[in-house]
Design a protein. Sequence first.
Length: 749
Amino acid sequence: MRRRIVAPAGRRIERRLSIRARIRDLPAADKASIDKTAPPAVECVSKRFGNDLAGDLLKLDSHGLYATIAPIPVSRRFDVKTLCPARSLMLASALLAALLAPVRARAQDATDVEAMLQAVDSLKQLADLANAPLLAPSSYASAMKNRDTAIKRRERGEKPRQYLSGAALARDGFAKSIEAAKIAAVALGKTLELRSFAVERRLDRDAAAEFARAERRFAAAVAAAEKGDLRSARSAAEESDALYRETIIAGYRDGPLKQAQRALAKQKGTFSRRESEELARSLDGIGDWMRGMKGREFAAAEFASLADAKLDGVLGALYPEFYRNLPDTLLLGEFVMKVVSYDDRGYWDFDDKTAKAVAGVADIRFDCGVRFSVPRIPGDARIMDRTFAVVETVSRPEAELSLAEARRIDPLLSPGDTIVLPIRPREPGRESIIEAKLDYIGRLDLLPAPGSVRVRFENATIAQAERPTKGRMTAGGAYHPAGAAGGGGPAAIGTAGFTILIDSLSVAPGGAVARARIGLPRSIVDGEGCGLATVDIGETAITPRCELYKEMPSGRFGPFVIDPTGMIFRGYDYIIDLSSARSPSGLGLDPEWRGMVLKTGWTVDAPSRSITSNTGYLRARYDFANAIVIESGIKARFTLRSMYSFNCLVPCGYSVELRSGFLEVDSSAVAGGAFDEGLVLAPRRAVAARREPSTFPLRADFANLAVRRNLDLAGPVTLVQKEIFWGELTRAGEERIAFAATVDDSREG
């Protein structure tokens, strides 16, 4: 809703106002009127910030200020009082009215409220990215409370005006939390580094008491920063810095150092008395060094590097090479996992010679017999597909990839090959393309390897396999999604023309279970979003060769579109067979067959007589049973369920009525068919079956109308009427019957 607001001259504002506004896309007439009428404040805004200020869309003309309230993402802000102190009175008054009255007026519009809630969710995502839950907990929690309340009131069916104010408070709260988080991130930068180091190294577990004290002082620093009291925030941060350093020292002392001392005690029989005493003195010396670091300032990474170096000198004698350098490949049942990282090395069991309680991130490889395709890294920037040549030595980085870079994407590439990468250059130009290419290569570590699913393995017991760099997991499990390490969305694996979309995966030594959906071949498209057509198969066992079998007797599918025929179908009861060990019974399929069976289905028809097209028969209602779906598409006999009429385009004016028949569809294309009962009506403007005034259409019946591969209909017809009448067609004038003929069907031809 638009409301016209005139700012009265000389009106005083008693309190300071901080107002956000956007001026964008102003027509020339409006820009001219800005120069003529109020212009001191608005001109100042326009000159300082241009026409893209964050806030609410404003338009002005020579009579006053027009405002439209719309939820806008946070960008730059300005305070009217401080922006142009001598010129802001009129604009502030008008903006205050604009921000209050139209919001109340538009609250009745549910569409605008939905837009407001969408804006709130967008701001929440930005707040999460800014780490506002940690760095601005008060304003973030308040915004979440207002957001949840607004959503609940909407779900209860309350009127939009009753929860719009809550949504607006949530929007402003998230915006406030983002700004507060940015300030805290700068003010508490050193503290955040120490805290992150302790958490990432999991030192907080072995030094829980020290970490808890540090967290309390950190919370006080964050609270002060959120209130704008940076002096108190820095003071509390200095205290928490010291406590986080104590956490790091205690974590090493009570973690790796204590483990080494226990290991030495267990291994006493392995060493001579002199060797044991020397190792014990070395460990005691490391402990003394750690205690001496207490109270000193140090960088966490430097301390860890020194501590690791000191411990490695002793651990080399205590632990076997296999535990000191855990394997890069793990065998879990039939699955092979390529380790991305270990984030918990657990401990070494000297009795059964295994590493236990190990955790980390890995890629489980699926061998589906499908050639690798270039991954598209998620993001909202504009994607440009660019071809790069694979070379040994790069001379033109904007057009070439080194062999090492290329094989990170596809291990089978060789010099002389080319590859198309979906990169995101910020702007046209050579430097931007090079930057985007390097960014893409760098982000590959965030993705699972080609044909793989990123998992997190936990509580793993690892024994050495046939070589030191390979281990076998005899206990524990691996799970997808892998949390932050795995990114969002399902894992996608292609096999036999289908796409297995794995929403969750659990792998144990005894096998794997996936919760998945199946994406159908490309010639079958989702009827609602024009994307990948998918069916749900729930939980099912899956092998490393992508083999699975699942019957879904109550499962529903569709609406799906068959491309290029445009036929829309849906139904229920289906079987997905990607197994080489079995196939659906009763259909004569080999065990090696892979595909999908749609047991019961029908097409979604358009109303009879509503279609004008020579292929209008494709929009009739058909039934099918036991349709076969393979990589090339769908194969089935579609049987006409009920009478259907459509109008021809060429020749124009003819209509066809189908009463019985079928279509043969193979590889998602019409391969043939026939209609064995129906009729054709000629246009009455061209020919009639009786003299006026009681004319009616000329009708011809058919009993075998063939459907050809090119979608043409062809076959003999029999005229029902014997006399045919038509008018004077050689010149314009009054419509009348001028000619007649009698059909002689006594002979063929």
